[in-house]
Design a protein around this ligand. Structure first.
Ligand code: GAL
Length: 496
């Protein structure tokens, strides 16, 4: 049966998942936010110096273009009720910060709370929405992260929270300036059911912390459907956040995304494999990718994770669909350590390729596998046409192919100045530049820098197997080698 085009639109809007229509975040936003490392130690120099390093390390040209200032930037309100920037931290005011970042080719993000105060007890925007939105627009702000502290009891049902956050959505719109709107109410009041109608992203959990899988009582609330789940908390591990978003990852669509919180890569609390798994899952789950590390003290290992263009290309894929979890095993025996948890995730990409992730959250190295029947289960239980094709398997963390070597990453970090870094990236490495070749184009041209390392072929009806280290992810991109474009083929089949 075929939907007429209009029928499809009606179906989408009736189910309430149509994304906010401000033209922004057609792919998840990327950038840097100071909170995870610097907390309240913010200043205009921190932002502009970080922006400079984002440029020099080639990260701006990989898509990290929002520089987002978090809490603790104001010194209260003036007699007219207007927010005032702290002049010690921002001596020339916020407009000057925006100008400086714009000159460097970045977009400027700011922070407030839909509460009487922000979480660090600075002035919040509740009941000052129009005033504050106008200040942000006047200063040249391009992005607002909008938190949930001190909400004066105005929460408890989806409608109450929606109304509170919608006041700022309306105020931002009224300014006429294009401002990406990023909700931070920690998954409260089923934000995944309404966030997409007013905002470009919405946090789905309490605050992340720098641990891969360690449970913590401060992040006890992991099930949004649990009526006792009123305080999403902090200290949420990477695994806790992945498990929390799993039931509603389909809510992310071009224009509005589930936000899994800022990245921890580079803080030092996880192993290299854990950080690779964290970054891969955030990318493939279509979370905003906001770096949270101190770029002045970055290791080669961290740089070579956050700059993997083949992983970022999953995040920025124009099809805009997150991976789905196709299996979760909670009882994997791991020798004397008891049992552990593994997942297989899979999802379609714009060009008909398929991404497959083996996530091993258990405390031992394990063999994992998935058949083509499992991998394409969303296209038909045992009947997906893709099962009958041969697929080239590309390892997106493969050491040849697209990934920067640790040696090159160290050389880039050690280069003497901005010019040396630029010429190293351009001349020596021919490094991917998404400003010059946006991901959608690079993917459609099959630019090899976005496709990792080809490691083999899985034949029709076969399966993929891999040894996955403890707390790690194997990330594969499957490319049909049967000479068929699967997207086209399934479209044709539906049309018959
Ligand atoms: C939390 C938020 C963090 C950070 C912090 C600032 O509520 O989840 O990401 O913004 O407030 O105080």
């Amino acid at each position: 049966m075929r939907f007429p085009k209009e029928g499809l639109l009606v179906a989408l809007s009736a189910s309430g998942v149509r994304a906010v229509n401000n033209g922004l975040a057609r792919t998840p936003q990327m950038g840097w936010n100071n909170w995870n490392t610097f907390h309240c130690s913010v200043s205009s120099t921190l932002l502009t110096n970080t922006a400079k390093l984002l440029t020099e390390y080639g990260l701006q040209d990989l898509g990290y273009k929002y520089v987002v200032l978090d809490d603790c930037w104001s010194s209260g309100r003036d007699a007219n009720g207007k927010l005032v920037a702290d002049t010690t931290k921002f001596p020339d005011g916020m407009g000057a910060v925006a100008d400086a970042l714009h000159e460097q080719g970045f977009l400027f993000g700011m922070y407030s709370s839909a509460g009487e105060m922000t979480c660090a007890r600075y002035a919040g925007s509740l009941d000052y929405e129009e005033n504050d939105a106008q200040s942000f627009a006047d200063w040249g702000v391009d992005y607002l992260k909008y938190d949930n502290c001190y909400h004066m009891g105005r929460f408890g049902t989806p409608l109450i929270s929606f109304n509170r956050f919608n006041e700022m959505a309306k105020a931002l719109k009224k300014t006429g300036r294009s401002i990406l709107y990023s909700l931070c109410n920690w998954g409260e009041d089923y934000v995944h059911t309404w966030g997409g109608s007013i905002a470009n992203s919405w946090r789905i959990s309490g605050d992340i912390y720098d641990s891969f899988a360690r449970p913590d009582d401060l992040c006890s609330c992991t099930n949004a459907a649990d009526p006792a789940c009123i305080a999403p908390g902090t200290h949420c591990s990477v695994l806790a956040i992945i498990n929390k978003v799993a039931p509603y990852i389909d809510r992310g669509l071009p224009g509005g995304w589930n936000d899994l919180d800022m990245l921890e890569v580079g803080h030092g609390g996880m192993t290299e494999e854990e950080y690779k798994a964290h970054f891969s899952m955030w990318a493939a789950l279509k979370s905003p990718l906001l770096l949270g590390n101190d770029l002045r003290a970055m290791t080669a290992s961290s740089l070579a994770i956050i700059n993997n263009p083949a992983i970022i290309a999953l995040n920025q894929d124009p099809r805009g669909r997150a991976i789905q979890r196709i299996s979760r095993d909670l009882d994997v025996p791991v020798d004397r350590h008891g049992v552990g948890e593994t997942h297989v995730w899979s999802g379609p990409l714009a060009n008909g390729d398929q991404v497959v992730i083996f996530l091993n959250a258990a405390d031992a190295d394990l063999d994992m596998s998935a058949s083509l029947e499992d991998i394409f289960i969303m296209d038909g239980v045992g009947t997906a046409p893709q099962i009958q094709q041969d697929w080239a398997v590309h390892d997106l963390w493969g050491n040849s192919g697209s990934r920067m070597s640790l040696h090159d990453a160290q050389a880039l970090l050690d280069a003497k100045d901005a010019d040396a870094r630029r010429s190293f990236l351009q001349t020596k490495l021919d490094w991917y530049n998404a400003t010059e070749l946006p991901y959608a184009q690079g993917l459609s041209r099959r630019d090899p820098r976005l496709f990792g390392e080809r490691i083999g072929v899985v034949e029709a009806g076969g399966k993929i197997s891999a040894r996955v280290p403890r707390h790690a992810a194997k990330v594969f991109r499957l490319q049909s080698v049967s000479g068929q474009d699967t997207t086209r083929k399934s479209l044709l089949r539906d049309e018959l």
